[in-house]
Design a binder for this molecule. Structure first.
Ligand SMILES: Nc1ncnc2c1ncn2[C@@H]1O[C@H](COP(=O)(O)OP(=O)(O)O)[C@@H](O)[C@H]1O
Ligand SMILES: NC(=O)OP(=O)(O)O
Length: 317
């Protein structure tokens, strides 16, 4: 399908878990709505890069192969980096297909391009000593402890929502396919890439090598937004605005915050580690690197209004 090069805003979008759901079947349905929200932004003339999480999906693939290989000698074990690449592949396929279908339905002559992406991380990253990234399903404390005893995996409580396996989440340093993504973006493609933050790789002796870890997709999205000098980083999650005193009777939504105010709230512990804190930190990394940029945290449903300044939480330098 041909595409029209647009002169609108250049936006890097990071999709949260609620845009995808937990199973491929659930996801196939949910991505129709996700695609409609993305195409709403494209229809206004914006150029978008779409990245997405993969915590539940990479955990599911990893668990499935671990279980199957234990019970069937013909099924191999699947290395964790390959499980990450598989998650990027199938999520990217479903997202891209749903976006294409929505573009066609509305008669919009734009096209998608999917890039399975690798992200360089450093071997001496302290994250490797302290796994923090939740992957896979939510378990009860009893289930998690039983699984930990059986497999040796690490499980932690995830922001009051249950127990999940955790793996290391090193800082993204460089997107290997950055030039290709930038060319596709500049040519007007809706680029679906860097899913799950990209498959983490070490770069040693001029060679890339996969690492069993999961990068925070919001951090990789922030790095791309800064690298590509995107006008906006848009982090889409389940809430319309970031709040102080979240989930208490004193909850108050934040419309805008600059770096200094955000740091003050971080020091007060206003943003939960493992959920909202890394999103705010990702926004700060982006505006720190590219102060002309605007970072936005909002919900998928409010994305179009938020990029037009009507809602969401905006974070500026
Ligand atoms: N201060 C806060 N303001 C708003 N939401 C918060 C706050 N602290 C924690 N949260 C929670 O963080 C969630 C977003 O994190 P998470 O669900 O991990 O992200 P993702 O959408 O990427 O999967 C929100 O849906 C909300 O439940
Ligand atoms: N890779 C990543 O950040 O995934 P989730 O958003 O699903 O945790």
């Amino acid at each position: 399908m041909p595409y029209i090069k647009s002169d609108g805003k250049r936006i890097v979008i990071a999709l949260g878990g609620n845009a995808l759901g937990n199973t491929p079947q659930e996801q196939l349905e949910l991505v129709k709505h996700t695609a409609a929200c993305i195409v709403d932004m494209v229809a206004e003339g914006n150029n978008v890069i779409v990245t997405h999480g993969n915590g539940p999906q990479v955990g599911m693939i990893n668990n499935a192969f671990a279980f199957a290989s234990q019970h069937d000698e013909k099924t191999p074990e699947m290395p964790f980096p390959e499980a990450g690449a598989m998650s990027q592949g199938y999520i990217g396929y479903q997202l891209s297909q749903a976006i294409l279908n929505e573009l066609r339905r509305r008669g919009i002559m734009r096209s998608t391009a999917n890039v399975v992406t690798q992200t360089v991380v450093y071997p001496d990253d302290p994250a490797f000593q302290n796994p923090t990234k939740p992957v896979g399903a939510f378990l009860t404390e009893e289930e998690a402890k039983a699984k930990a005893a059986e497999t040796g995996y690490t499980f932690k409580e995830d922001a009051g929502r249950g127990w999940r396996q955790v793996v290391a989440s090193p800082k993204p340093r460089r997107i290997v396919e950055s030039d290709a993504i930038q060319d596709l973006f500049d040519d007007g493609y809706i680029v679906v890439c860097t899913g799950g933050g990209g498959v983490p790789v070490f770069e040693r002796n001029d060679t890339y090598e996969g690492v069993p870890a999961v990068i925070d997709k919001d951090r990789s999205a922030a790095m791309m937004a800064a690298t590509f000098k995107a006008d906006m980083l848009v982090i889409l999650t389940a809430v319309e605005k970031v709040a102080i005193n979240f989930n208490t009777p004193e909850q108050a939504d934040i419309d805008t915050m600059d770096t200094a105010k955000a740091q003050e709230y971080i020091e007060q512990g206003q943003f939960a580690p493992g959920s909202m804190l890394p999103k705010v930190e990702a926004c700060l990394e982006y505006v720190g690197e590219y102060p002309q940029g605007k970072a936005l945290i909002t919900s998928l449903d409010k994305a179009k209004d938020a990029i037009n300044g009507l809602t969401g939480t905006t974070i500026t330098a």
